[in-house]
Design a protein around this ligand. Sequence first.
Ligand SMILES: NC(=O)c1ccc[n+]([C@@H]2O[C@H](COP(=O)([O-])OP(=O)(O)OC[C@H]3O[C@@H](n4cnc5c(N)ncnc54)[C@H](O)[C@@H]3O)[C@@H](O)[C@H]2O)c1
Length: 277
Amino acid sequence: MTGWLEGYVALVTGGGSGIGAAVAERFVAEGASVAVMGRDRDKLDAVVKSSSDPDRMLAVAGDVRSADDLAGAVTATLERFGKLDTLVPNAGMWDFQRQLTKLTADELSNSVDEVFAVNVKGYALAAHAAWPELVKTRGSIVMTLSNASFYVNGGGPVYTASKHACLGLMRELAYELAPKVRVNGVACGAMNTDLRGPASLDLVDRSIATSFAKRDANTPPPPIPLHDSSTDPRDFTGPYVLLASREQSGPITGHAISVDGGMGVRGFRSDAGGDHL
Ligand SMILES: NC(=O)c1ccc[n+]([C@@H]2O[C@H](COP(=O)([O-])OP(=O)(O)OC[C@H]3O[C@@H](n4cnc5c(N)ncnc54)[C@H](O)[C@@H]3O)[C@@H](O)[C@H]2O)c1
């Protein structure tokens, strides 16, 4: 699919790396202009510089926990590109599957505050900053959700609760912003990105990429029906394009597309029923 977003303008939070950067570049390839917002100016500049068309990308430094920073990102997008068609709330952090029973009460309390401030408040504030412009363009919101929005053990209780909350936010906003603005999500499975953890669990310097780096030929396939499903974030971007496009998904709102190798159809006796085929 090329040209599905010709003339569109998008804003992607957490666009300095991982799936955010991949979505931004894919949107540019589909004809859109894209503002990438994130905390790390250098990472954002690198994404713009490496783009196939840097003139259709804009880096905006800011923190998604700040309503002012998000309002500034929307303003910068309008000043540079004139409108806003698509918001992609995406900036997030992971809890590295820390279980409740392994956390002290202080760690639990502080990590709930820290993770929810980015993963949930950051999405709500982004939607709040963008909705008036999205009403004008009859635009849409496409949230990065997760397998952890539906299933257990993709995180610990803190991450899983935060991603379930994002699913609820997506569905509530799909109701509240209809009929002018559609709100959908892409529930990503495991991706090899730079996803980090909260300072309150001393996980700021740990990246999910280190878990992928440990995999070798002896590592059993992931317990999903599509065993050899890609973990390259670029392979997860198609549904974002589909859901952003008015022409391709105009009647879709309040829906999450899962891109997780088939977790929802995992079997009891074996993960995939067709291994013998
Ligand atoms: N990697 C996975 O396996 C996976 C699976 C499902 C869902 N997700 C979700 O994908 C989204 C993107 O994560 P990723 O895997 O691409 O990791 P990533 O770390 O590469 O991307 C997240 C980006 O958000 C930015 N960010 C973090 N806190 C921020 C803040 N307060 N303000 C502004 N920017 C901030 C980071 O700097 C980073 O660039 C997250 O919401 C994550 O929960 C990831």
